[in-house]
Design a protein around this ligand. Sequence first.
Ligand SMILES: C[S@@+](CC[C@H](N)C(=O)[O-])C[C@H]1O[C@@H](n2cnc3c(N)ncnc32)[C@H](O)[C@@H]1O
Length: 587
Amino acid sequence: MDSKPGPAGDWTEGSPEVPLAEFLRAREAVRKEGIIAPHVFGTLPSPEEVAAQSAARPVLATEAALVGAALALGADGFGDLTASEARLAASAKAQPAALVADLRARILAGDDPLGETFCALRSAEVRRERGAVYTPAAIVRAMVEWAATIGTPERVVDPGAGSGRFLVEAGRRFAVANLVAVETDPLAALTTRAHLSAAGLATRAVVMLDDFRSARFEKIQGRTLYLGNPPYVRHHLIGPEWKEWLKHEAAARGLKASTLAGLHVYFFLAIARFAKAGDYGALITAAEWLDVNYGQLVRSLFLDRLGGQAVYVIEPDAQPFPGTQSTAAVTSFKVNGVPPSARFARIDRLTDLDHLAGGRPVRRERLLAEPRWSHFTRKHQEIPVGYVELGELCRVHRGQVTGANKIWIAGPHSEGLPEEFLFPTVTKARELIRAGETLADPAALRRVIDLPTELDVVSGKKRDAVQAFLRRAEEMGGKDSYIATHRKAWWAVGLKKPAPVLATYMARRPPAFVLNEASARHINIAHGLYPREPLTSKALVGLVRYLRSSATTKGGRVYAGGLTKFEPREMERIPVPDLATLADLGA
Ligand SMILES: C[S@@+](CC[C@H](N)C(=O)[O-])C[C@H]1O[C@@H](n2cnc3c(N)ncnc32)[C@H](O)[C@@H]1O
C-alpha cells in the first residue's frame, strides 16, 4: 500500500454504531484509568454527550485510522519517515477531509486529539512497558512558562516526545526555536509529526526515531532547552547492556549508579552528557529519585553537573500522571550553574503550579548532606523576613547510641582504662537543663568509653588494660547487643565530635540549647548542632541566646502527657534570625 492515505475508506460517519461503542469503551477505560483527566481537558462528557459529539464528530477507532489521520495532517510532510514509521504508514486507513479538518482545528485551539486517541487506543499495560503516560496540559504549560522566565532557547529537545505536547507548546512560546523530538515508538513519532505539522511548526522541527540515551545532536552555539516527561520504566525491563552503560557513563563523571534505577534516571544522565553550559531544562518524572538509593545519581547530577534550580512535588490526587496514583516531581535546572540553594515545594492542585515559581530555598550544603529530599517539599511555617531555618546554619545530629550505657559509661567496671579512651559526655538531659546558657566544666560529666576500631594501635600496659575491660564488657553482654553487632567493631562506640551547641530534644518543656564550651560529646539523649560553615563565637552565642529565649514546644511532636520530642529534621526547621542579627545578639 502507498504510504499516503487513499480516498476515504475506514470512515465511520453515518454508521456510528460499532465505532461509537468502541469509542465509548475506550472512553470508559480512559475515564477509569484517568488517562484523560477532567481537570486537564475540562469536565468529562457524559456518554450521552459523547454519543451526540460522536455523531457530529467522527472518531478514530483503530491505530490504522490514527495513522491515516496523522498522515492527512502532514506527518510525512517533513523529514524522511524511518522504515518503521513507513511500515505503519503503509497500513494507514484513510480519513475523510471533514475529520482531518476537525482534528486540525482542535490542534490549533491547543488540544492534542491525536495524543488523547493514542492513549485511548493503547491499553495501559502496553503503554506502561514503554513508560508512555502523557502529561496533562496544565503541567506542560507551567514548564514551558518557567522556561520562558529563564530565557529564549535556540533549540528545544523533547526526550520521549510521545505525541509532541511539550514540543508544540514550546514551539508556540518560542517563535524561532528549532524543535527536536526523540521517540522510540513509531506510532507516537507519527503523531508528533502530525501534531507539529498541524500546528504550523514543521519547518523548524525534526523528529528522531531513536533511543534518547544514544541519540546524537548537532552542536549549536545557542542554548538548548530540554523539556519533557522521560518514560517511567522499572529496572527489570531495562537490558543489561543499558545497565552497563549507566554505570560506565556515571563512573566517567565520578558518580556511582545503581542498576535498580528506573529509565528516567538514564534520561537525566543522558542530558548531563549532552548539555553544555547555559543549556537549561525542566523534566517531570516520578518523585522516587528524591529519596531512594538509586536516586542518588540524579541528586548528584542536580547538585553539580545539571545545576538544579527547583523541585516541585505534585501529589497523586492532582493526577500528574493520569491514572497512575503516582507522585510526580518537576525538576528544573540550568546547566553548570551551581546555585547556593534550590527551591522545593509541594503542589496539591495543578492550578497552583503557576510557572514553577516560589518554593522554599534549601541550601546546597544541606542538600549535599541529606540522603533524602522529599521532606524539604513538605509544608512548613512561613519564615519571617530576616529569618532562616536553623537547618540553613547548622546540621542537627542525634547523639551516639552506645547500645548499653551501663557498660559504655565509665564506672568501677572500667577502672584502669587509659584516660585517652574516656570522653566527657552529656549522658542525661538534666545536665544540659542545669547548665544554663553555657556548659563549661567537663569534669562534672560522666565519661563514655570509646575505643579504637583497630586495637593494634594500642600496645603494652594500655593494651592489657583494654583487654581486661573487654573481657568484663563481654561478660556484661556488651558484645551481643543489636547496636554492638552492627558496629564495625563491637567495642568501638564511635562518639561524634563535640558539637558547639547541644540541645535536649525530649521533655515536657521546650528544648534547652546550651553552648558547649566543655567540648563535651553527647549520646542519644541530646542533639548536637554542627555549623555548616564556621560561625564566629559571637554568632554562636547569639544563636544560643536566641534559641533559649524563643524556643517553644511548637514544631516538635507531642506525646501523651505533653512530652514533646524534636527529631533532628524538626529542630532544623526552627526559624532563627540571620547571621548578622545573631552576631549582634551575641555581642
Ligand atoms: C512519559 S511518556 C511522555 C510523552 C510526552 N512527552 C508527554 O509528556 O506527553 C514517555 C515517552 O518516551 C518514549 N520512550 C520510551 N523509551 C524511550 C527511549 N529510550 N528513548 C526515547 N523515547 C523513549 C515512550 O514511547 C513515550 O512516548
